[in-house]
Design a protein around this ligand. Structure first.
Ligand SMILES: Cc1cc2nc3c(=O)[nH]c(=O)nc-3n(C[C@H](O)[C@H](O)[C@H](O)COP(=O)(O)OP(=O)(O)OC[C@H]3O[C@@H](n4cnc5c(N)ncnc54)[C@H](O)[C@@H]3O)c2cc1C
Length: 406
């Protein structure tokens, strides 16, 4: 590849950070420009709702330290937003009016929080959580005895609830559905986490939405759909994200619930790639498209796309996996089954210590675990494997997980 080439990466999040690193690892010696609208170098987001809200700022996890970017001659344009993309001229326009020409472009623009269109949602002390700055703003409002209302009983909302409770706050979670994390986990897991939060004193309200917020400048009450007024010092809204596709849409790239890419991260436009939360990508293991919001996908899809850009074509093809930590409980979810005919449990679903195998015939197609990281490591290898498995052996704690693989 000619040394004079320029690769531009738009979006300096987890995926963008790993991508520029992978480009240098692949031997690309041309110019790399990394554009990000946050004022920070790339960092990982999982600690934002966990350790950073538990008073452990040292848990902040940059993808690479500051020196890396200078040593590797990566031109970081931080605090700058890309506002337009011209695929024909191969230029990106920034919010200062400058144009940057590229030979190849990678879009790692991630997702933006879904905003709640309810009255009062713009009052002070109502937060969303996506960025380090969001996390720091929430952290500043957490203190013993403060009242916090969390809207949304998904992963992020529940992690915030657990962290705030660990800081001594009185926490109420409002969840519209009849169970927690309902879109992502088995009902036994929802129930285990409902109990966990209740045991720690979090007031979980299922089948309850927020209708509005009241306050004079700053929020004082969250008003539920049943017209109950919950006094609060702060509200945190965690109702999901939408993929940040505006640049791609305006540029005429194919976008359908994310930027459509193949297994190599290639978009519908030549020399334009995408990776991370923003993509709707083809996973060869499942022969279908998926959009994922996970650390694993941000990291490894970005590396695969970057290598492909550098001429070392690498397909991104992994069993999806993600985790959440709430209080002392670790939750992991692996696989992406569309259909399963039963769930086999190993362990005690009543004691927050179990793994559930989603079965299709005699194959494991998905697994979810509470406090069983070691079992999960093996379960991830069983998923998609071609070994027939027996329900009784899967459920039997006397049969080691390792033996199941043999
Ligand atoms: C609080 C929190 C906790 C999480 N915990 C877990 C966990 O425990 N386990 C797990 O598996 N996953 C977790 N995740 C998910 C994981 O962090 C994301 O999947 C991952 O960050 C996605 O990375 P990304 O680089 O694709 O997108 P992002 O991290 O969203 O990065 C995209 C970046 O691009 C910037 N950008 C967007 N548009 C433009 C533009 N036009 N110009 C310039 N810059 C732009 C954005 O501001 C952002 O900085 C968590 C996420 C959050 C928010």
């Amino acid at each position: 590849m000619p040394v004079s080439e320029t690769y531009v990466v738009v979006g300096a999040g987890h995926a963008g950070g790993r991508a520029v690193e992978a480009m240098r690892n692949a031997g690309f010696t041309g110019k790399i420009i990394l554009i990000g609208d946050e004022p920070h170098l790339p960092y990982e987001r999982p600690p934002l709702s966990k350790e950073l809200l538990q008073g452990k700022p040292e848990a902040h996890t940059p993808v690479r330290d500051d020196a890396f970017y200078a040593e590797n001659d990566i031109d970081c344009r931080l605090g700058r937003r890309a506002t337009a993309l011209d695929p024909a001229r191969k230029t990106v326009t920034l919010d200062d009016g400058s144009h940057i020409a590229f030979d190849k472009l990678l879009l790692t623009t991630g997702g933006a929080v879904r905003r709640l269109p309810v009255p009062g949602a713009d009052l002070a002390n109502i937060h969303y959580l996506r960025t380090l700055d969001d996390s720091r703003a929430i952290d500043a409002g957490l203190a013993d005895g403060k009242r916090i209302v969390v809207v949304g009983g998904g992963f992020i909302g529940l992690e915030v609830a657990a962290s705030a409770r660990q800081r001594g706050c009185a926490v109420t979670v409002l969840e519209m559905a009849d169970r927690l994390m309902g879109r992502a986990v088995l009902s036994e897991i929802s129930e285990a986490f409902r109990r966990l939060h209740a045991e720690h004193g979090v007031d979980i309200r299922l089948n309850t939405g927020v209708a509005s917020f009241d306050g004079d400048g700053s929020v004082t009450h969250a008003v539920t759909g049943d017209d109950e007024k919950l006094p609060t010092d702060m509200a945190v809204i965690g109702v999901g994200i939408v993929p940040e596709t505006a640049l791609a849409v305006d540029a005429g790239l194919t976008v359908e619930n994310g930027i459509v890419v193949d297994e190599f991260g290639r978009t519908s436009a030549p020399d334009i790639y995408a990776a991370g939360d923003v993509t709707n990508h083809l996973n060869p293991l499942y022969s279908r498209r998926i959009r994922l919001e996970s650390w694993q996908n941000a990291q490894n899809q970005a590396i695969a796309a970057a290598k492909t850009m550098c001429g070392e074509a690498q397909a991104y093809s992994e069993v999806p996996w993600m985790w959440s930590d709430q209080f002392d409980a670790n939750l992991q979810v692996a696989g992406l089954p569309e259909i399963w005919d039963r769930v086999v449990f190993r362990g005690d679903t009543g004691a927050a210590d179990f793994i559930g195998f989603q079965m299709a015939g005699d194959r494991v197609v998905g697994a979810m675990s509470v406090n069983r990281p070691r079992d999960m490591r093996i379960a991830r290898r069983l998923i998609g494997g071609d070994k027939p498995l027996d329900d009784a052996a899967l459920a039997d704690e006397a049969v080691s997980m390792r033996d199941l693989m043999r």
